[in-house]
Design a protein around this ligand. Structure first.
Ligand SMILES: [Fe+2]
Length: 228
């Protein structure tokens, strides 16, 4: 026996909502749509020529970044296929899910990093970001001292200036691997790559010299635009 909902659906008396729920059922995403959602590596070649960054170093870094984009797409495709094939309970699925955070953040952090480079001149001391740094750190100089110290920490990783949207506070974080120790829900404003590939070609072990070069090329307006 039909219930009321089934009866209305069959007889077409159910109104637009009922029509929609039956005429346009959810369908699986097509291969074409999946391809359209794939990530594309961005072109940062305009950064070539930056003072303190050789063309060789930058080109190597772009190639490494492109690898993260390729692998993010690849891992997502495989995981999608495993879901369709009913293989979600496998160790392979679990390991690839773990891998996804690393590849994805490797892609996105490099994009933030390249996009906050290519600037000239220091921070606008009258701008909203410098003023916020003064409030949260005592002065811009104190923020810079803290950020440089984070960047100089032993080990590979990222120095990231985050803003906590809960209270607006700025905090410098050390991010070890790409997928580890990001503060949940916070907004990255300024990213500095301190993996060795980011500087060794040009500076060897002199990381402080690389940090100096980084500071000379920060695109402060890009960082300020990320401020909420
Ligand atoms: Fe990097």
């Amino acid at each position: 026996m039909l219930n009321r909902r089934e009866f209305l659906a069959i007889t077409g008396v159910g109104g637009a909502a009922m029509l929609l729920s039956h005429a346009a059922p959810l369908r699986a995403t097509s291969e074409k749509e999946v391809r359209a959602m794939a990530y594309t590596a961005k072109d940062y070649s305009k950064l070539i020529g930056m003072e303190g960054f050789s063309e060789t170093l930058l080109k190597n870094h772009f190639t490494l970044y492109q690898g993260y984009v390729t692998n993010t797409n690849k891992v997502m495709d495989i995981l999608n296929q495993m879901l369709k094939d009913g293989k979600t309970g496998t160790p392979e699925f679990a390991e690839l899910k773990r891998r996804l955070g690393w590849e994805f953040n490797g892609m996105r952090l490099h994009e933030f990093y390249f996009e906050n480079l290519g600037g000239k001149g220091g921070i606008n001391k009258d701008g909203k970001l410098a003023k916020k740094m003064s409030v949260d750190f005592g002065s811009y100089e104190m923020w810079e001292k803290d950020f440089r110290a984070v960047g100089a920490m032993r080990g590979i990783g990222w120095a990231v200036l985050y803003q906590d949207p809960m209270n607006g506070r700025l905090v410098n974080f050390w991010i070890n691997e790409h997928d580890v120790s990001h503060p949940a829900g916070c907004n990255p404003l300024l990213i500095m790559d301190v993996f060795e590939h980011a500087f060794m070609i040009d500076y060897g072990l002199k990381r402080a010299d690389y940090i100096e070069a980084f500071f000379k090329n920060i695109n402060w307006s890009a960082a300020e635009d990320r401020l909420k």
